[in-house]
Design a protein around this ligand. Structure first.
Ligand SMILES: [Zn+2]
Ligand SMILES: [Zn+2]
Length: 405
């Protein structure tokens, strides 16, 4: 983006911060802050603010494109080097990003461009189909992939509440771009050491999950399972998910998960009741020599579908700083909006985080897929001048997909 575009977006950001007070983050005086300029998410860090008012003054006066802060709490957050800050503890933080979800829609809204011959195309094409050079990938999001992210965020919230009793202090915000952040800010968990954070993350992501250690198919001969009544944690999750799969499966569905021939799967489904009843009591139905492989693939598929796709780095790197909730994201102009946990399900992220107006702005669009923003769909565009509502213009200018006219 050249100066003109940068200035335009900065002016809009200034207007926003001048008329809106950012009431985040909690424990403001203990956190390290970092800020970004156009095209660089963090260009400076080691900032600190005594009050939210000071932080808001900074946003109004300096108008950063990105504002991040530490999940870590420090005695002297502005001190350098890191050790001089005196680490006091840290929030727990989990991030989901649509780019990590291989949803089918991404093939339609991921753009690539060859850096050598200039050829363009759609999909995650890593090398140019004409000259073989590495391509530049431009990822977009749509309601469908954000829906997948939301589903996992909801799942995580359930697990945190049910498996760990973490309810108080949980908060949730849109990242401002492609995902969601879930924070746990509570004195009770500040002191969890690094090893404990890794262990917790491993549990949530099913890292190195071992079915046999959980009691499934652990004997050499018999098909051992786990009774639902005695099941805990992952055991219980796997049993319930497997039950769901069996309940809703048709012969083809079961065939594609377990390698069983469709006819055999149909035969098995005829005794669905018994299959489910035995399974819940910890007995895996033996129907011949393919039984073991059937159960193994079915249980593995359940476990796989349950693993939460949490960004590892964000959760365990305590030095990393992340988007301050309620601030603007410099690559989209969208608000990293905080929302009540129970409203996530119906939340339309690409609509409800719009802060700019519908006033028309004329831009020259370089290239976009068909995209959804502000409750409407915009058509695929390439090298064209067009008048767009301000929020869409800011979005395209910020992500360098358009220029001002
Ligand atoms: Zn090429
Ligand atoms: Zn999508």
């Amino acid at each position: 983006m050249n100066e003109k575009e940068e200035e335009f977006v900065a002016r809009k950001f200034h207007e926003h911060y001048s008329s809106n007070f950012v009431n985040e983050p909690s424990f403001v005086e203990r956190r390290e802050f970092g800020f970004g300029i156009f095209g660089k998410k963090i260009s400076e860090r080691h900032f600190a603010f005594k009050t939210l008012q000071d932080f808001n003054n900074f946003l109004r006066n300096e108008v950063p494109f990105y504002a991040s802060c530490s999940p870590a709490h420090y005695e002297f957050p502005e001190a350098q080097p890191m050790q001089a800050k005196h680490f006091l503890g840290a929030d727990l933080l989990w991030e989901f990003d649509a780019d990590d979800f291989k949803t089918p829609c991404a093939e339609k809204h991921t753009l690539w461009k060859c850096s050598k011959c200039g050829l363009t195309g759609t999909g995650r094409q890593q090398y140019c189909t004409s000259c073989g050079e590495k391509t530049a990938i431009d990822e977009w999001v749509c309601p469908e992939c954000l829906e997948a992210v939301k589903k996992q965020a909801l799942e995580l919230i359930e697990w945190l509440k049910n498996d760990f009793g973490f309810g108080e202090g949980l908060s949730l915000n849109f990242s401002g771009s492609k995902g969601f952040h879930i924070h746990l800010r509570s004195e009770k968990i500040f002191g969890i050491p690094q090893a404990g954070r890794v262990e917790l993350l491993n549990y949530l992501t099913g890292h190195e999950l071992n079915l046999e250690l959980l009691g499934f198919l652990s004997g050499k001969q018999k098909l051992s399972g786990v009774a639902l009544q005695k099941a805990k944690g992952w055991q219980e999750k796997i049993i319930k998910r497997t039950r769901q799969i069996i309940e809703s499966a048709d012969a083809f569905g079961l065939h594609s998960v377990t390698n069983l021939r469709e006819k055999e799967a149909a035969g098995l489904l005829e005794q669905k009741e018994k299959l489910l009843q035995d399974f819940e009591q910890g007995r895996l139905l033996d129907f011949g020599k393919k039984s073991r492989e059937f159960w193994k693939l079915l249980l593995e598929s359940s476990a796989e579908s349950l693993k939460l796709k949490i960004d590892r780095q964000t959760s365990i790197d305590l030095v990393k700083i992340v988007r301050v909730p309620e601030t603007l994201h410099g690559s989209t102009g969208l608000l990293a909006k905080t929302l009540p946990l129970d409203s996530l399900k119906g939340f339309d992220a690409l609509k409800e985080t719009i802060v700019f107006s519908r006033n028309p702005v004329k831009v020259f669009v370089e290239r976009t897929p068909k995209f959804y923003l502000g409750g409407e769909w915009f058509p695929e565009m390439e090298n064209q001048e067009i008048e767009l509502p301000e929020f869409a213009a800011v979005f395209l200018l910020a992500r360098k997909s358009a220029r001002l006219v």
